[in-house]
Design a protein around this ligand. Structure first.
Ligand SMILES: Nc1ccn([C@@H]2O[C@H](COP(=O)(O)O)[C@@H](O)[C@H]2O)c(=O)n1
Ligand SMILES: C[C@@]1(CO)OP(=O)(O)OP(=O)(O)OC[C@H]1O
Length: 161
């Protein structure tokens, strides 16, 4: 069986004085996401989906949040490393889809730029990357605007020898 599916999920809390970076896009907002890296929750969920499909651990295994080397890291660079890693393990990236849960800000104006950035980082075509957004109708931590979550799925094809 040559197809593998992976699931990724990540959460980051909002904090004052931080940038809001999603899919490599710097989105104007009155608060941003807290993290060891730039806290790009979408890039992290997609990274974990790729790693899950390749059965290669998770983002924290590759880039520990205790390692000063990743303080303030650009998560699109981390995503590129993950994509190259799964390719080195013998997989091609077939398709990626994702959803961001955020009460605010409105993300649809930034969707196409996020897709382009993510596709570029993973070395795939933009039509192989889906990005969606939803509010949680004011329910839960996303709905209270305490943070943002993202989920992603990835489909990989194992190259045969
Ligand atoms: N942060 C967000 C959340 C949602 N959207 C767009 O609005 C549509 C409706 O959202 P509901 O949560 O009310 O279903 C959603 O399908 C997105 O197109 C958004 O852009 N940014
Ligand atoms: C991205 C990494 C890099 O150290 O740190 P964070 O920005 O804290 O993000 P998280 O999703 O909590 O953990 C994964 C880490 O690999």
């Amino acid at each position: 069986m040559n197809m593998r599916v992976g699931l990724g999920f990540d959460v980051h809390a909002f904090a004052q004085g931080r940038k809001l970076i999603l899919g490599g896009v710097d989105i104007p907002h009155h608060q941003g996401l807290l993290g060891h890296s730039d806290a790009d929750v979408l890039a992290h969920a997609i990274s974990d989906a790729l790693l899950g499909a390749a059965r290669a651990g998770d983002i924290g295994k590759l880039f520990p949040d205790t390692d000063p080397a990743y303080a303030g890291a650009d998560s699109m660079v981390l995503l590129s490393c993950v994509a190259n890693h799964v390719r080195e393990l013998g997989f091609d990236i077939v398709d990626v889809d994702s959803v961001i849960s955020a009460q605010a800000p409105k993300l649809s104006p930034f969707r196409d730029q996020m897709r382009e950035n993510l596709a570029h980082a993973m070395g795939i075509d933009v039509d192989q990357v889906g990005v969606k957004a939803t509010t949680t109708e004011h329910l839960g931590f996303e709905g209270r605007e305490e943070g943002i979550s993202a989920q992603a799925v990835a489909l990989l094809l194992k190259r045969c020898c």
